[in-house]
Write a protein that binds this ligand. Structure first.
Ligand code: HEM
Length: 240
């Protein structure tokens, strides 16, 4: 958890400090600042760019992320003393979140195997991540339906960890495998492409306003070294 939290914060800090010296919003882009949150939200909620570019990949990715979201919301009962209001009904979804996740992951994996263009750009870690997620979803679904785990024990265990007062771990083997794989995923997260979850918000092609004519973009180093770019100061004055 420490690797996960510190690693993610460090990466986010690095993203925030990385200069975006060029005006590169991918058009059509919002022409006013108010449109940017709408655009970014459309990427987060409906994966808009992916939908426009590849429907099969969109479906696979969307199924996986939707299943993941539902499964994680269902897990809230392990991390809070009482099930948060409005979350109880998620139990009626039974094992479907896990299955939806697995359907998406299976399709993503298959595409890397059978579509040439996908296979060509695939590297070992792409397969590793998909297999790790498939293993987590499978062991979770098994822990729920075939090798019943005592969820009151799981809750006590998790609450103990959260309070830094650990109690004995549930001994159910499927849970131990599920939990260990999750820890592996969390430790690997900051070093992997899973960081796209945060990176999306820092993507200049998505978060910039399309106003290069109205407001010239001047990079900080152009202001610091105006002799390097003679027009920089002039442009700064014009834009302020
Ligand atoms: C500390 C973290 C986690 C703990 C303690 C945990 C524990 C559990 C337990 C006990 C179950 C069985 C649920 C039941 O019997 O009702 C389960 C199911 C499941 N888990 Fe986890 N899990 C964790 C994190 C994750 C993560 C990060 C993922 C996905 C990447 C995940 C995916 C699933 C799935 C798909 C199921 C299937 C059951 C369902 O549809 O609700 N789990 N988990």
């Amino acid at each position: 958890m420490a690797i996960f939290v510190i690693g993610v914060l460090f990466k986010v800090w690095k993203y925030a400090m990385t200069p975006a010296p060029l005006k590169i919003p991918q058009t059509p882009a919002p022409v006013g600042a108010g449109g940017v949150p709408v655009r970014v939200l459309s990427e987060v909620v409906i994966f808009k760019s992916l939908f426009k570019s590849n429907r099969v990949l969109w479906l696979a990715g969307y199924l996986f992320h939707a299943g993941l979201l539902l499964a994680l919301l269902k897990h809230f009962r392990f991390f809070f003393p009482a099930v948060p209001a409005g979350f109880g009904y998620l139990d009626t979804l039974e094992f479907y979140p896990g299955l939806i996740m697995l359907a998406g992951l299976g399709l993503l994996f298959l595409m890397r195997l059978v579509v040439d263009r996908h296979m060509f750009i695939s590297v070992m870690t792409d397969y590793f991540l998909l297999l790790l997620l498939i293993a987590i979803a499978t062991t979770g679904t098994f822990a729920k339906h075939f090798f019943r785990v005592d969820i009151t024990q799981v809750k006590e265990f998790m609450m103990g960890l959260i309070a830094f007062k650990p109690v004995d771990m549930p001994t159910q083997v499927m849970f131990i495998i599920h939990f260990s794989l999750v820890l592996l995923l969390l430790a690997y997260f900051p070093f992997s492409k899973l960081m796209h979850a945060a990176g999306l918000f820092f993507s200049p092609t998505r978060n910039q306003v399309d106003n290069p004519r109205e407001k010239r973009l001047v990079t900080p180093w152009a202001v610091e070294k105006p002799e390097a770019i003679p027009v920089a100061e002039e442009a700064m004055e014009a834009s302020t």
